[in-house]
Design a protein around this ligand. Structure first.
Ligand code: SAM
Length: 216
């Protein structure tokens, strides 16, 4: 059963993201898609998608402009990373809420690989809170199922038994954690450094990688 349109707008409108990329109106923000919800730092967007039911992502203000945190599934990652290499140290720069790190974490639980390393300044606590708030909005079964998956991915990112999360930009991470140098057998940056990284960070990606597998 759908709730009245715009209920979330009225409650949240003072903090709705004022970014120029998005024109806000009460008809756009409704319990039907597209749906959005804002906190002080993030705007959660849920849009309809022909191919996968819905497309969920976050926008926030980065130092260089609007930054998106997306949630691609494992199938959307480069083909080469979908077969885990036994014993390999995996590093993902900018995992967001993608499906790759959770997939690796499961493999780490069985002892096939060491804990994966994730480098991302995203605020997973805040994003999880928004996902849970959206979950309460009765947006339909398909959306709820997707939100449950993404909440679980945030739980994994926040669990130090599942992943070594380094919650900062790559540049700072390499400066503060010298052990990251040449630590990765496989280094992945899916829709991150090429889009959001500084020129310096594009070079730094090489410094993470001791192996020959390097996918971006
Ligand atoms: C577009 S999302 C990609 C998420 C996921 N890999 C995917 O393919 O759906 C980009 C992610 O990179 C992170 N990010 C942006 N700049 C970064 C940087 N300099 N170092 C590390 N992570 C960064 C953002 O916080 C965001 O979570």
């Amino acid at each position: 059963m759908e709730k009245a349109a715009s209920s979330s707008v009225e409650r949240d409108s003072p903090s709705i993201w004022p970014g120029p990329f998005f024109t806000m109106s009460t008809t756009t923000v409704s319990t039907r898609l597209p749906f959005c919800l804002a906190s002080s730092d993030y705007l959660l967007m849920i849009e309809p998608s022909d191919t996968r039911g819905c497309w969920v992502y976050f926008s926030t203000q980065g130092s260089g402009g609007i930054l998106r945190t997306t949630a691609r599934d494992l199938i959307d990652y480069p083909l080469g990373v979908q077969q885990v290499v036994q014993g390999a140290q995996y590093v993902e720069v900018g995992p967001g809420i993608g499906g790759f790190i959770p997939f690796l974490s499961q493999n780490a639980q069985t002892g096939r690989i060491p804990l994966p390393i994730a480098i991302d300044p995203a605020n997973y606590l805040e994003m999880r809170r928004l996902l849970l708030d959206a979950r309460a909005e009765e947006l339909g079964d398909e959306v709820c199922q997707r939100l449950d998956i993404l909440v679980e991915r945030c739980n994994i990112m926040l669990d130090s038994r599942m992943v070594r999360l380094i919650p900062m930009r790559l540049e700072e991470a390499v400066r503060r954690f010298p052990d990251l140098a040449f630590c990765g057998d496989v280094v992945v940056s899916n829709n991150c450094i090429d889009i959001y990284g500084s020129p310096q960070e594009r070079l730094l990606l090489d410094r993470l990688c001791k192996g020959s597998v390097f996918l971006r």
